[in-house]
Ligand binder design. Structure first.
Ligand SMILES: Cc1cc2nc3c(=O)[nH]c(=O)nc-3n(C[C@H](O)[C@H](O)[C@H](O)COP(=O)(O)O)c2cc1C
Ligand code: SF4
Length: 442
């Protein structure tokens, strides 16, 4: 008979720990950094790929594209087509107000040449499972949109409930599958209330986070929503929560306030999200009044999929994983051996959602943004040459260099200095995100 050790060989130093305990030790989940599933997933569906083949077929390679010229998304005017994608810094106080570090990041990035800014889901007190916003602090919250507007940069607040990826630990017992209809209704109300608050604070719009395995993405992903009632099953039913949020939010804020969504084109789970279904979802979003859709990929359980890394950031995980705090050298050594077997990394590092965005764009008329691995002006121009998206967005390049866009503009052939180490995402479990360039602070 097979023992647990046959299935998951025990590494010296962790003998006596269950697989679950080993997993707990290394636990870290944040926007794409997570552990693989404990058990097999649902089968079916073609395998997920990060196919970038379309990049080899760029028509009109020399076609000049005006990335730095003005553009609009609905009522929002952008000075150029480069958007800061939601990137949580998590420097907020108990009231949800941005700390000095976050305000500095906002200022430097607004000065740095971007066309539009989307806040991180945890930045701004609108995180629904930790809704810190209070009306008594409204004036202080308004400082964020005011700051961006003083640089002529529109700003949207990203709104998200973390769902099963709550906190920075392992996937929790929270499951959309287990929610009562009453709980779903109350969550919808919170999304709508948060949207209305953002409007009253002076934001130009909100982006509903429907990607990366968080609550709305969990509803949309066929491998995660196992409900058999009106909120699960077919694409239409899994879309019901998102539909209700957009319909009710639109009614509340009127036609002029921007309602955007970030969705996954694919994840790496068996029976998970695939681009054909994502295209259908994008179309359904358009039909419920969504003004713009941003294309990303990956969920926490995949590993480093949303955020691609050159190699597994073992050193950073050992340093910052809250589960390893206070653990002895032996356990840490053992973890450094085990982690590569438990946490997957994916390639390619560059332009990894572009070809999928192109497929999705063919299904919608609303503007499409693509994020992920865009590091040079050529990468961005190729997005337009391929007809893959109308706008590009950046996460880490702006963490590394808030003035990256100005550098692209003024220095021919400039490339992002981000070394794809992934330390920023791991550090989030302990401190506000910053760029470490692959080195632990001394
Ligand atoms: C530190 C950090 C925090 C992030 N926080 C968020 C977030 O709050 N919401 C979100 O949608 N994506 C978040 N992301 C993902 C980025 O928006 C982006 O999709 C991803 O980093 C890939 O783009 P890039 O290659 O340009 O970094 C985060 C990424 C990093 C590195
Ligand atoms: S170089 Fe900086 S921004 Fe890029 S992955 Fe590493 S820590 Fe993150």
């Amino acid at each position: 008979m097979k023992t647990q050790d046959d299935v998951h060989p025990v590494v010296e130093g962790t003998r006596g720990l269950s697989r679950r305990e080993i997993l707990k030790l290394s636990g870290f989940v944040m926007a794409g950094a997570a552990l693989p599933p404990l058990a097999g997933c649902k089968g079916g569906g073609p395998a997920a790929t990060s196919d970038t083949a379309c990049l080899k077929t760029i028509p009109q390679k020399d076609l000049e594209v005006d990335i730095f010229g003005p553009a609009t998304i609905g009522n929002i005017r952008l000075k150029n087509r480069i958007i800061r994608s939601a990137t949580t810094i998590h420097d907020i106080d108990d009231r949800g107000l941005a700390g000095p570090g976050l305000m500095r990041t906002y200022k430097e990035t607004a000065e740095g040449g971007i066309g539009c800014f989307i806040t991180g889901m945890k930045d701004g007190g609108m995180l629904l499972n930790d809704f810190r916003y209070r009306d008594e602090n409204a004036e202080a919250f308004k400082k964020v949109p005011d700051l961006f507007h003083s640089y002529n940069v529109p700003v949207l607040q990203q709104i998200s409930h973390e769902g099963r990826q709550e906190g920075l630990g392992l996937p929790t017992d929270f499951r959309v599958t287990n929610l009562t209809p009453g709980q779903i209704e109350s969550l919808i109300d919170q999304y709508v209330d948060a949207t209305a608050k953002c409007q009253s604070l002076g934001f130009d719009g909100v982006q509903m986070h429907c990607a990366h395995g968080y609550l709305l993405s969990e509803f949309l992903a066929p491998s995660l929503d196992e409900r058999t009632d009106d909120w699960g099953g077919s694409t239409e039913k899994r879309f019901k929560t998102v539909r209700e949020i957009f319909e009710r939010a639109r009614k509340r804020v009127g036609p002029d306030f921007a309602l955007w969504a970030k969705i996954n084109a694919y994840d790496f789970q068996d029976g998970g999200m695939r681009v054909e279904e994502a295209a259908k979802i994008a179309r359904m979003l358009q039909d419920v009044g969504c003004d713009c859709v941003e294309i990303s990929s990956g969920i926490g359980m995949d590993g480093f999929a949303t955020i691609r890394v050159r190699e597994l950031p073992i050193e950073a995980i050992l340093e910052w994983s809250p589960r390893l705090e206070g653990k002895g050298d032996l356990t840490r050594k053992a973890m450094s051996w085990i982690l590569p077997f438990m946490v997957k990394t994916y390639g390619p590092l560059g332009s990894f959602n572009v070809c999928q965005a192109r497929e999705i764009k063919q299904s919608v008329d609303i503007p499409v943004i693509v994020v992920g691995g865009l590091r040079t002006l050529e990468d961005m121009k190729n997005v337009y040459r391929l007809g893959a998206a109308d706008f590009v967005s950046l996460g880490r390049p702006l963490l590394t260099e808030p003035d990256f866009v100005n550098k692209l503009k003024t220095q021919d052939g400039y490339a992002s200095q981000c070394v794809e180490c992934g330390y920023c995402i791991i550090s989030l479990s302990r401190m506000p995100a910053e760029c470490f360039m692959g080195e632990l602070p001394v």
